[in-house]
Write a protein that binds this ligand. Structure first.
Ligand code: GDP
Ligand code: MN
Length: 397
């Protein structure tokens, strides 16, 4: 689950990480009020208006702008709120901006030049350890740095049984070329950042840029956080940060009925039980030369009601040209699943407007096939996967 920048910064601040402070606004009037309050609280003269959408590269798309007066704040907020922001990370239609973050300007010139760094915390699955990835090349997109100057990207792996060690935080500060007060500040920054990552059960933190401000403090200027959905049950406060306006509408609907659904680009809709089988089915569909339209795990139950809900979700995608059901009947016997599918198909009538191919394997598979074949419904049955793939091929041809 992704968060907005302002939400991510709230989490960071709660762990003592120094952030570029700001206030959220949904209208130009609120923006001006927020800017005034921010000036009182922080002493900032200028403000940065930042579009809050789930996409990076906002600066490049005109979603991050500096305001040098309250009139600027009002004008710029008015332009950004309601716009469809197009960035290198959005589709061509862009993302509608519902709110802006009015932030203090932390780049004001001082005795020392502002420096921008890149820092992320994520899981290195191959090593089974969290890692901090960081670079002296902050502010630009890290993919370009990785391509053109890979030697400027550093990583620090953290042993889960020891946690982040002091020498590791110092190595990071050293590699970033810091000294004196900024060096110390960075070691504290890194330690708190890592605590925040672990404490919030996050899957990704990306802070780009982290800056060394002119007073040598280290500040998180941007913040992209992805939370681990599997840990949300123990973070009700974080779960409440979900902004469904930013999410795929069908995925939101599927979640509401307890279906595990991910929208994809192909034309073969899949309905499968179990995440592992769903992954394998997608592989097999690709191997057979087709493209899956979705990932869908219906879970342990496959009764008529649930199957119908799943079919309806799949059919919301107008690109779907055929539906392949691939279910393994273990504890849920295949004949029971077949009955559920037949009942769902009957109940849906014309709403089921694409060919349906059903492969049931496992307990009572033969009986299930007979039930389907004798149902009088337009459903094609199969027991072996190749058989099912051939039938998909025939209906798509
Ligand atoms: P992104 O484009 O979505 O990654 O959004 P960021 O939050 O990283 O902001 C984009 C850019 O805006 C940063 O790389 C900075 O160059 C600039 N920026 C952000 N905050 C400030 C600020 O306080 N003052 C000034 N002058 N520029 C800022
Ligand atoms: Mn950024």
């Amino acid at each position: 689950m992704n968060l907005h920048e302002y939400q991510g910064k709230e989490i960071l601040a709660s762990y003592g990480v120094t952030i570029q402070r700001g206030k959220i606004a949904t209208t130009p009037e609120e923006a001006v009020k927020a800017a005034k309050e921010l000036t009182e609280e922080t002493g900032t003269g200028w403000h940065v208006i930042k579009a809050q959408v789930h996409a990076g590269g906002r600066g490049k798309g005109g979603g991050v702008k500096l305001a040098k007066s309250l009139d600027d704040v009002k004008k710029i907020s008015g332009e950004i709120i309601g716009m469809d922001l197009v960035t290198p990370q959005t589709s061509a239609e862009g993302k509608r901006v519902h709110q802006v973050l009015i932030a203090e300007d932390v780049y004001e010139p001082g005795d020392v030049e502002v420096e921008e760094f890149y820092m992320s915390v994520l899981l290195d699955r191959a090593k089974g350890q969290n890692m901090i990835m960081y670079s002296t090349e902050g502010g630009m997109d890290i993919e370009t740095v990785a391509e053109e100057t890979p030697h400027l990207i550093f990583t620090e792996h953290i042993d889960p049984s020891h946690g982040l060690q002091g020498f590791q935080a110092r190595r990071i500060a050293f590699n970033l070329g810091l000294s004196g007060k900024a060096f110390k500040e960075m070691t504290k920054f890194v330690a708190k950042l890592y605590n925040a990552y672990v404490g919030s059960d996050s899957a990704l933190f990306e802070i780009n840029p982290v800056i060394k401000a002119s007073n040598e403090t280290i500040i998180a200027v941007d913040c992209k956080i992805t939370l681990d959905e599997n840990a949300l049950f123990r973070h009700k406060d974080l779960e409440a940060m979900r902004d469904i306006r930013e999410e795929n509408a069908t995925e939101v609907e599927a979640r509401a009925v307890g279906l595990n659904y991910v929208d994809l680009d192909g034309n073969v809709g899949c309905m499968v039980n179990g995440a592992g089988l769903a992954m394998a089915t997608m592989d097999l569909i690709k191997q057979a030369g087709f493209e899956p339209a979705n990932f869908l795990d219906v879970g342990g139950t496959a009764d008529a009601k649930r199957v119908e809900e799943a079919f309806k979700i799949i059919l919301k995608d107008k690109g779907v040209k055929a539906i392949l059901v691939n279910i393994f009947g273990g504890i849920v016997r295949c004949d029971r699943v077949a009955e559920g599918i037949i009942a769902a198909k009957k109940s849906m009538g014309d709403a089921m407007n694409v060919p349906l191919i059903v492969r049931l394997q496992g307990t009572n598979a033969e009986i299930a096939k007979e039930l389907i074949d004798n149902s009088g419904m337009d459903v094609q049955s199969a027991i072996e996967f190749q058989e099912a793939a051939d039938k998909v091929q025939a209906v798509l041809a």
